[in-house]
Write a protein that binds this ligand. Structure first.
Ligand code: ZN
Length: 329
């Protein structure tokens, strides 16, 4: 069994290595040729949480373009992560452009943000000087389009929310399209996990790009505990426990999912565990970039086994505006 697995893996690896150089080259050319597409206006609803009004605002911070093998894995799900990652690098196709969403939850106890989105410095060669190879590798398969006006600080200011008003930012994971604007919020708690910190190098997090030694990093897995009825460790972000951050590994080792238990029903902010709400399903195609596909499948199965929540809100779903408006109506 083990020998068969190794032989299949070896064959896949050989084929991928043959494709790799050409894929990188063609991918870069196609990435450079995409037209720009600007972010739409924020979408806002007001829900009740324990009888108090809580605003939930979806804010788009540009777009991300990824390859087909990244969006819907093109190797079997049992293939080890390094092989699935090699397949992404080798894939010359560039999939559709996806929005990058941050979510702003204006709670009476403070403003909480899920993900810090992208910033334009990503496309500035000189910003990668400390790690040029990492920069070339990451930008060979992830294209970000974002202007300064679209980045999170400017979009929050347009909503009347200054950086000092942000109490906490929860990073669903540390990929580069989720951490961009963290440094603009030096007074906020930045929630991630110890598991994600340990995996930072292997997932290409480039933490030197987005944080300072003084950044107020908090760790959901180390500070958290069991949550009622949930199979993951988590922390309560508000005193009533209705806004929670949970350590849900799968997309990356330290991925975090956020749950808001509104009076109207639950909102689940699922990051990139599933790119779209319809993909929160063990039957749907899922990303090739997940470090642990079986953990993602277990999470999707668990979420689908429960009564449907008010909304699943992923980080890259083009239907977020409709989903959020429906959740608020
Ligand atoms: Zn993402």
């Amino acid at each position: 069994m083990r020998r068969k697995f190794l032989r299949r893996s070896g064959l896949l690896l050989a084929a991928l290595l043959l494709l790799l150089f050409g894929g990188l080259l063609v991918g870069r050319v196609r990435l450079a040729g995409l037209p720009a597409l600007r972010s739409g206006p924020p979408v806002e609803v007001t829900l009740q949480v324990a009888g108090q009004p809580v605003r939930v605002i979806a804010v788009q911070t540009g777009t991300v373009s990824i390859k087909g093998c990244h969006h819907d894995g093109c190797l079997p799900e049992w293939a080890p992560y390094p092989l699935r990652f090699a397949a992404i690098l080798a894939d010359p196709s560039l999939g559709a452009r996806m929005p990058i969403w941050s979510y702003v939850i204006v709670h009476p106890e403070g403003v909480h943000v899920v993900d810090a989105g992208a910033t334009p410095s990503y496309n500035d060669d000189s910003s990668w000087a400390p790690e040029r190879v990492t920069g070339q590798l990451v930008r060979s398969f992830i294209r970000l389009d974002v202007t300064a006006e679209e980045a999170l600080p400017g979009r929050l200011l347009a909503l009347g929310i200054g950086p000092a008003e942000v109490r906490a930012i929860v990073l669903t994971h540390q990929h580069i399209d989720h951490t961009g604007a963290v440094a603009s919020f030096p007074e906020a708690d930045i929630w991630t996990t110890g598991a994600e910190e340990d995996a930072a190098r292997s997932i290409g997090a480039a933490p030197w790009r987005w944080r300072e030694p003084t950044t107020r990093i908090r760790r959901v897995d180390e500070e958290g505990g069991a949550r009622d009825g949930l199979p993951w460790k988590g922390v309560a972000l508000t005193s009533d426990g209705r806004l929670e951050a949970l350590h849900t590994p799968g997309h990356t080792p330290g991925s975090v999912t956020v749950r808001l238990r509104a009076d109207q029903g639950e909102l689940w902010f699922v990051g990139d565990t599933s790119f779209r709400a319809v993909d929160v399903s063990p039957e749907a195609a899922t990303a090739g970039i997940h470090t642990d596909v079986s953990a993602v499948r277990a999470l999707q199965t668990w979420l689908r086994a429960r009564p449907p929540p008010r909304a699943f809100l992923p980080a890259h779903d083009e239907r977020v505006p409709e989903t959020l408006v429906d959740a608020g109506s």
